[in-house]
Design a protein around this ligand. Structure first.
Ligand code: PLP
Length: 390
């Protein structure tokens, strides 16, 4: 394991509870456990039957990229020149997969300059724009199926229908690039059959195009542990491996995955604070909301892993009561989905801790109305994890 550059080594606190008790922050704080993040990276690398890359958009903070680099991750899914530069600032030799299939000519030129090794396309007009991309690069045809099982459907925005993917794949091979196929099943996808359906279709597309693909990118979308039992990532990895072996038999491509959410989620806990309570406590105002670190809750629902602690660091233990929760801005949309279950003894000034909040939190947080989550504090441990990250 390589060391982490000095600038990312803040003196860590023991855990969020210790920090909150001592510092009494009045703004939302994200706590990062490098041990948990590196532990997750290692679990992907040992469990996934292929190359693991990280989808930078889930959380592009330098601390995240540096810890993934330290855990040995060397490939990154980037969507923009800014993300390419963020990765290269941490690891100048990192492998970049440019998997945003819609690009301006200027963005393509930057990708060529920076040395992107793999480019996704999902439309003939976008393939034409790649003519200056060196033929030593890989071009991945991204296709889409209507998918049930993900929290939202990426197939509506990106991905060629299978017939068009056949044509594109032939053109990629004929033009001399390394041909590959790819898909992205959506986000927080709990059903391994979503990957199985896509992999089976990928083999069909390659067969119809009569092109032997070197790699198959099975996307991200792996589920984070939001409530109840942790999702069975190992089961998903096995389904991916066995389906690819069966569907492609002796032409099995190398597999690539690009988790965002499932890679970073668990390594962060978001601490917010109760500003006010009304209606006998049924309505709560927090110092963070959907314009800040909690925006993802609006789209994928309330998490189950939430707890309250008093300002002096004691866990609240009353029975759980469903609340109506508003954020801090003067905008009526700034409201979480109804029913957040908080202990009955929760009081103004308490901290509300949301576990598994590393993905699509600080990356999407705005400064609207002067609020939002800005700072990341490094901790040795998080609730439910050993200091070794397991
Ligand atoms: C967003 C995205 C990912 C990561 O998705 P998660 O649900 O965060 O794992 C991976 N690949 C592509 C192409 C994406 O757009």
């Amino acid at each position: 394991m390589r060391g982490i550059p000095m600038k990312h080594l803040a003196t860590p606190w023991a855990d969020p509870e210790t920090y909150l008790k001592r510092m009494q922050p009045d703004h939302p704080v994200l706590f990062l456990s490098p041990a948990v993040l590196q532990g997750t990276a290692r679990r992907f690398q040992t469990g996934f039957p292929g190359l693991v890359s990280y989808a930078v958009k889930a959380n592009e903070r330098a601390e995240v990229l540096a810890n993934l680099d330290a855990a040995g991750l060397a490939a990154f899914d980037v969507a923009s020149p800014a993300e390419m530069r963020a990765v290269r600032a941490i690891n100048a030799a990192a492998v970049l997969h440019y998997n945003n299939p819609v690009r301006s000519p200027a963005e393509i030129a930057t990708g060529v300059d920076i040395g992107v090794e793999s480019w996704a396309v999902d439309h003939p007009s976008e393939l034409k724009k790649l003519d200056k991309v060196p033929r030593s690069a890989e071009v991945t045809v991204r296709f889409a199926l209507p998918v049930a099982g993900a929290a939202y459907d990426f197939g509506e925005k990106f991905g060629a229908p299978p017939d068009q993917a056949v044509t594109l794949l032939k053109e990629v091979a004929a033009a001399g690039w390394k041909p590959a196929l790819g898909f992205h099943p959506g986000t927080q996808c709990e059903d391994p059959q979503a990957w199985a359906a896509y992999i089976t279709e990928a083999a069909r597309i390659a067969g119809r195009a009569e092109v032997r693909i070197g790699r198959l990118n099975v996307g991200g979308g792996f589920p984070a542990h939001r409530a109840g039992e942790a999702p069975d990532l190992t089961g998903i990895f096995q389904t991916i491996g066995t389906t690819a072996a069966r569907a492609f038999s002796n032409t099995r491509p190398q597999l690539v995955c690009e988790p965002g959410r499932a890679m970073v989620s668990e390594a962060f806990t978001l601490a917010t604070r109760v500003k006010s309570q009304r209606d006998d406590g049924r309505t709560i105002y927090l110092n963070d909301g959907i314009y800040g670190g909690l925006v993802d809750l609006r789209d994928i629902g309330l998490p189950g892993r939430v707890r309250a602690i008093s300002p002096d660091g004691k866990p609240r233990s009353g029975r759980r009561v469903a609340r109506r929760v508003f954020g801090p801005t003067c905008d009526s949309l700034d409201r979480l989905p109804d029913g957040l279950p908080l202990p009955s003894d929760t009081a103004p000034g308490d901290y509300i801790l949301f576990d598994a909040m590393g993905a699509y939190s600080i990356a999407l947080s705005t400064g609207f109305n002067g609020y939002g989550v800005r700072n990341v504090v490094t901790v040795l441990g998080l609730a439910g994890h050993s200091r070794e990250g397991d």
